[in-house]
Design a protein around this ligand. Structure first.
Ligand code: ZN
Length: 373
């Protein structure tokens, strides 16, 4: 039996004073244990949108790359994630999905110490040319159920981002929902009515709310207004000051308690020095941590998910809500997989944070990881 020596823990999103006990099999034995400790224990973080990390771009990575990126993510506190593939030609996406499937098998069966792959998030190719963000416009496609099914069978797809207003999108949504793939609306110029139609067909989430979509205005609330006011829709949010103002972050948390999912939209450049990098076919530069194409378009972010939690707190979001948005809420999409939870009986995938919300220790199945890269 081991104690973490913390003052409190976030258990099921609720602040519990007291220490945490880990048993000899690496599971959480007890919470709220009397004792005088320091810092806060929180569940391992869950990131649903990671394009790459630590020099690895998932569109072109090999299995070894995934293992390295997973280990680097774990050092930042992310213990489960969805590698995310930017729009590319279907053959390239299919090849990348095949590798992702191998990487998933290798990292779960091989017992690699690192962030666990929950499945792949396909961002594209059915996105709006009106809001491509950094996706190559010439590779965007009209929604097509045959191609969608081809992609779903090529690898372990768990989420697809599409623009719901495009002709044929509702059929793709129906096909994906039948295959139990989470549909998230994004890179979209959808009106509120078009967004509601997608949600009524089973879309459950919006990808990086506010970014790359029709803006909210008072008579034309668009996809943003539809998503904020519907209790059944999750809201992905890049809580990075370069993407969203503090008020915007706080607005989402206030309007949608328990529905915000913090994501990083991290890049190969994340966890690396400033410099020149690639995201699929897209080249970009990172200067002072901000990734932009030569034309100035933002390209994902280089923040860690714990940075996102800290930025949300700095924006005025309560700590419990910010941590829940990076653990419990995304983890609820993967029931029974034991991720994003800190409860007696669960594997001790736990972070110990100090008062400034930096990682002191990361426990993977009860064993401390070396957090020095
Ligand atoms: Zn995007």
């Amino acid at each position: 039996m081991m104690r973490l020596g913390v003052a409190a823990a976030l258990v099921d999103g609720v602040y519990r004073r007291g220490d945490v006990e880990i048993d000899d099999t690496g599971r959480v034995a007890a919470v709220g244990v009397p004792g005088r400790g320091r810092g806060l224990a929180v569940p391992g973080l869950v990131d649903l949108q990671v394009n790459g990390f630590a020099g690895v771009d998932f569109l072109t990575a090999d299995v070894e790359g995934y293992v390295g990126a997973g280990a680097a993510l774990a050092r930042t506190g992310v213990l489960a994630y969805q590698p995310t593939l930017i729009t590319s030609a279907p053959e390239q996406t299919i090849a990348a999905l095949t590798i992702a499937g191998k990487a998933e098998a290798e990292t779960t069966q091989g017992g690699a110490v690192g962030a666990r792959i929950l499945g792949v998030h396909l961002e594209g190719p059915f996105l709006s040319p009106e809001r491509p963000g950094t996706h190559p416009t010439e590779l965007l496609r009209a929604p097509d159920t045959t191609l969608a099914r081809q992609l779903l069978t090529a690898g372990p797809v768990t989420q697809m981002t599409l623009a719901p207003e495009l002709p044929g999108a509702l059929d793709v949504i129906t096909a994906c929902v039948r295959a139990e793939v989470l549909i998230s609306c994004g890179h979209s110029y959808a009106t509120a009515a078009q967004a509601h139609a997608a949600f009524d067909h089973g879309a459950r989430m919006v990808t990086h709310l506010f970014d790359a979509m029709r803006p909210f205005t008072h008579r034309d609330p668009g996809i943003v207004g539809a998503a904020l006011t519907r209790g059944d829709i999750l809201l992905g949010l890049i809580a990075d000051p370069n993407h969203l103002a503090a008020e915007t972050i706080q607005l989402a948390f206030r309007a949608a308690p328990g529905r915000v999912v913090l994501v990083t939209d991290a890049l190969a450049a994340s966890g690396c020095p400033d410099g020149h990098y690639r995201l699929g076919e897209v080249e970009f530069d990172v200067a002072e941590g901000v990734a932009r194409r030569a034309d100035g378009t933002l390209v994902g972010s280089t923040i860690t998910l714990l940075d996102a939690v800290r930025h949300a707190c700095d924006a005025g979001v309560p700590l419990e809500s910010a941590v829940t948005a990076a653990t419990h809420t995304p983890a609820a999409l993967f029931p029974g997989q034991g991720v994003g939870l800190l409860r007696p009986g669960d594997p001790a995938d736990v972070l110990v944070l100090d008062d400034s919300l930096t990682v002191r220790t990361v426990l993977h199945h009860g064993a401390p990881l070396d957090t020095e890269p």
